[in-house]
Design a protein around this ligand. Structure first.
Ligand code: SDX
Length: 428
């Protein structure tokens, strides 16, 4: 018999089942709350509300644990490749060699983007934000692959739509970068691995032989792995709720891209670098900005700090911070904003304002320093976050469909006017 939770309110006492997850997380299943009591719950920002069960990613915010399908993020970042992690998230198991080769090969056959889509890029100014272009390009893929709209698609057809998107995302992100620079687009080189192919399309030129740098490829693989999934964050919840209306995969992922764009979410990685640059330009006085972040009358926030779930440390930030030192060292880059970032972290972690609110560096605090060292412009950072998060969004979208979840439609508590009669304009 499962544990029950008792709720006494609204003149009734009801009992609701408590469900227990694999890692002993407990939740009250309120599916029958309204029918048994007339009550709904209210939870701005869903800080205490679970939207689903899921077998994809496990987080423990207090202990700084992050696992994809049970595998610790530290082991995947050290030993795996991004495409292997994408397979793990979507299929649920690490692939054997034959499965990985088939996965690699099948994705390699879909890296081209329809030539007609190049016309979309012509319509954008070079100054267009990459995330706006990426969301519209991904959604537009449904125009070229109408089979993606088929609600009765077989699993094989669904997987083809999934593989197409994983294959084309690097091409789209690379072309968006080229558009921002006014440089010629590069076509995929499918004999290269996924990340090398992406780097060549981004930084290569038709007139030059692009040399793949293993240091750069290793760094990019690690960053993409660290961003691949993060349970029910804002953009993933967006993908799931859009997908729950039976909107197609491309539309659901495009919705996730737009949610990720926000500076409180994935857009923070761009804001962190802009913040660090502003502090550098202002003489590098990190203590001044620590005080600004604490001042409720000052709109300044320490971007890249704080997290809804992690309350001791973000394991991804720890890996990225140590990687930043290694990568910049290997590339012979001395970036002064890295020192400013470290000084900010050191000061904040000794300051009661941050410690009492459990505010620590999150995944976005150091990632931009590496992206910049790899040659990306700042406004590309969130598009790189989206490239990494894609397999996680897809896995979560697929799980929601496999679970046959109902369309997402939260309740509310109405606080507006009571009933009143229409007043003709001459009497207002
Ligand atoms: C991502 O959810 C995920 O998993 C997201 C993500 C993923 O992989 O998908 O991990 C990726 O989005 C990381 C977060 C990136 N965003 C930022 O770095 C933006 C800066 N951080 C914040 O705005 C904030 O910390 C959030 C949005 C991350 C979390 O916000 P919460 O959980 O709603 O917390 P809150 O805003 O209610 O803050 C609690 C307190 C408040 O102070 P008090 O009202 O208690 O006095 O902490 C303060 C906040 O003012 N606070 C900050 C702060 N973050 C929170 N004060 C200064 N600087 C900050 N960065």
């Amino acid at each position: 018999m499962s544990e029950m939770a008792k709720i006494t309110a609204n003149g009734s006492e009801i009992e609701l089942p408590v469900i227990v997850g694999t890692e002993n997380e407990k939740g009250i299943d309120i599916s029958k709350l309204r029918s048994q009591s007339g009550l709904v719950t209210l939870d701005f920002g869903y800080k205490n509300t679970g939207s689903t069960t899921s077998a994809i990613t496990f987080l423990n915010g207090e202990e700084g644990i992050l696992r994809y399908r049970g595998y610790p993020i530290q082991q995947l970042a050290e030993n795996s490749s991004f495409l292997e992690v994408a397979y793990l998230l979507i299929y649920g198991e690490l692939p054997n060699q034959a499965e990985l080769s088939e996965w690699d090969d099948s994705i390699g056959h879909h890296t081209l983007v329809h030539e007609d889509m190049k016309k979309f890029f012509e319509g954008y100014p070079s100054s267009a934000h990459p995330m706006g272009m990426l969301a519209s390009m991904v959604c537009s893929l449904s125009a070229y692959y109408p089979e993606s709209l088929n609600l009765n698609a077989t699993d094989a057809e669904k997987m083809k739509t999934i593989r197409r998107l994983i294959a084309k995302m690097p091409t789209l992100v690379a072309w968006i970068y080229k558009k921002s620079k006014g440089h010629p687009f590069m076509y995929p080189t499918n004999k290269l691995d996924y990340v090398s192919n992406f780097m060549k399309m981004t930084f290569g030129y038709p007139t030059e032989n692009y040399e793949v740098d293993p240091v750069v490829v290793e760094a990019m693989n690690k960053l993409l792995i660290l961003h691949a999934d993060h349970e029910q964050n804002c953009s993933t919840s967006t993908v799931r709720i859009v997908g729950s209306s039976q909107a197609n995969l491309y539309a659901s992922i495009a919705a996730g891209i737009t949610a990720l764009w926000g500076p409180l979410h994935g857009g923070a990685n761009q804001k962190v670098i802009e913040m660090l640059e502003a502090i550098k330009a202002d003489g590098g006085n990190s203590d001044k900005y620590i005080e600004k972040a604490k001042d409720k009358n000052d709109p300044f926030r320490l971007m890249g700090f704080g997290h809804r779930v992690y309350k001791n440390f973000d394991p991804r930030a720890q890996i990225i911070k140590s990687s930043a030192d290694k990568i910049l060292g290997k590339m012979g880059i001395n970036d002064p904003v890295l020192d400013i970032a470290k000084k900010l972290e050191e000061s904040a972690l000794k300051d009661d304002y941050f410690v009492s609110r459990k505010l620590f560096p999150n995944v976005d605090f150091y990632s931009g320093i590496i992206y910049r060292a790899l040659g990306f412009s700042t406004d590309m950072f969130t598009a790189l976050f989206a490239l990494g998060r894609l397999p996680g969004w897809i896995a979560q979208w697929k799980e929601m469909l496999d679970q046959k979840q109902p369309i997402g439609r939260p309740r509310q508590i109405y606080i507006g006017e009571k009933e009143r009669n229409y007043v003709p304009i001459e009497k207002r």
